[in-house]
Design a protein around this ligand. Sequence first.
Ligand code: GDP
Ligand code: MG
Ligand code: K
Length: 308
Amino acid sequence: GSSQTDDFHTGWAALLGPPNSGKSTLLNTVLGQKVSIVSPKPQTTRNQVTGILTRDNLQVVFLDTPGLHRLRGKMNSFLLKAAWQALSRADTAVIILDAALYNKRPHLLPEDLQPLRSSKVRLPQPLLVVLNKIDKVKDRSKLLPLMEQIAGIWPEAEIFPISASTGENVETLITRIASALPPGQPLFPEDQLSTVPLRFMASEIIREKLFLNLHEELPYHTAVDIENWDEASQPGLTRIHAVIFVERDSHKAMVIGKQGRNLKQIGQNARLELEELLEGKVYLELWVKIRSKWSEDERFLLSLGFGS
Ligand code: GDP
Ligand code: MG
Ligand code: K
């Protein structure tokens, strides 16, 4: 006999593309909730964040792979490994490009595509190429040369112009992703949006505020660790004690700011968002500690949740 779940489809979709092209924003739009940090500065998603979309007869598990681009050092080799693993288990690959860039320059640059074109990588099929941020492209005929170029590189690719911010065409994309899923039972409970632990989400929120409040390269040299999380002592209140790790004295001074102004702002912004996430009051204590060369320290990175 046929049960209700006989025609359920489940599978994995890998989100790929250069930093800042809108991978996290798309994931957030698809799930209708913030699961992956978004910042105007590139490469803020350093860890693989899984979003889970369950509806009707389908479940899509998204892998928001960390930027494969411009990766250096130990931390980056973790990231690359995570990204390759994501690809090897995906049923479809979704490459996201920032179409608004082509208002300014005519073609994809080689670095937009490396290492996606490397011979080591076998991209799953179907291959969907998303041209994101079309809300910023006034004359859409300007996208035609870009579409031709993509067809030359990946003849099998299907191209989807979308806006992850406004949601335009996002539903069409989801429908196509859904049609690529093999039959199978759901892998996660239907109310689960992510496999990322709350503590980790909290550290990502704090890291996002570092990106928003500090300049230039500095946030790339910071890591956030939640040292203590206490929701038991006081009803309706969660006490969070987090440490921002920096590599040098001068970085510590910049994170703290004049008379502690930066740190105060970062803490305030993060607390408000944590209160939304946890649906209750939050007392957030932030400390800045120096740990030289933390980004090359494998065991330390593992302890923060990277590479596991
Ligand atoms: P990621 O690095 O690929 O995960 O990119 P993010 O999702 O963090 O987005 C990078 C920046 O682009 C953020 O400032 C987003 O708000 C912005 N962005 C993403 N999608 C869109 C879009 O469809 N339209 C516009 N105008 N901005 C977008
Ligand atoms: Mg991201
Ligand atoms: K509590």
